[in-house]
Design a protein around this ligand. Structure first.
Ligand SMILES: Cc1cc2nc3c(=O)[nH]c(=O)nc-3n(C[C@H](O)[C@H](O)[C@H](O)COP(=O)(O)O)c2cc1C
Length: 194
């Protein structure tokens, strides 16, 4: 295995979702370096339909949390008791303290006028979580239940959809990475065997 292959595999293997962070702010150059890596991702007709909003002002983080939680409350009220309990057991509720606790938020938006904007932006998010990991930064790909409320609260024009908000920082999360099925278990050759 080449060194680059090993490094990439190790980055992907070490990366885990992080929802609790140290107070220390990430170095802003590291964030821009990660975003430069993301801008190398392929996109439909090379339109690069991703846009990033870096948020480190506490008042704006508070605004984002309030907007996100408004949507989460509606969502959690709409689901069955059984499902709510399942989420609760996984540590999930309508409350999203990580949106204020993380030193920095990366809001990922998509230009909905671009061809294939959705797969392109999500491919970029894949690059992003790995690039942040390479910089020693933890993140969580938070997908708001009602992204429209967040878009509007941030005065983002209607042509753009908020796809994800990534709280980013140095990890302080004892949570283990989720187990994975192997490539062998999830791959067949020439014939569909699933
Ligand atoms: C498309 C997508 C949406 C996700 N949405 C959320 C979310 O809204 N809230 C959250 O806390 N984690 C979210 N996650 C993180 C997943 O829960 C996490 O990646 C998964 O449980 C595996 O854990 P690991 O990344 O630590 O291996 C999302 C991940 C992806 C890829």
């Amino acid at each position: 295995m080449s060194t680059q292959t090993e490094m990439l595999k190790s980055l992907a293997t070490c990366r885990k979702t992080v929802r609790r962070f140290q107070t220390e702010s990430p170095i802003i150059e590291d964030i821009y370096t990660a975003l430069e890596t993301v801008c190398q991702a392929p996109s439909g007709s090379n339109t690069q339909p991703w846009r990033f909003l870096i948020v480190d002002e506490p008042a704006i983080k508070t605004k984002i949390r309030a907007a996100a939680e408004a949507g989460e409350k509606v969502f959690y009220d709409s689901i069955s008791e059984e499902r709510r309990k399942k989420y609760q057991a996984m540590g999930n509720s309508w409350k999203k303290p990580m949106l204020e606790q993380a030193p920095l938020l990366l809001v990922v938006a998509a230009d909905t006028r671009a061809p294939n904007y959705l797969p392109s932006v999500w491919l970029a998010v894949g690059y992003l979580v790995l690039a942040l990991e390479a910089a020693g930064l933890g993140s969580v790909t938070y997908t708001p239940s009602d992204a429209e409320i967040v878009r509007s609260a941030l005065d983002i024009p209607k042509e753009f959809s908020v796809e994800a908000i990534l709280p980013v920082g140095y990890a302080e999360d004892p949570k283990k990475k989720g187990d994975r099925q192997t490539a062998k278990e999830l791959t067949s050759v020439n014939q569909w065997l699933f």
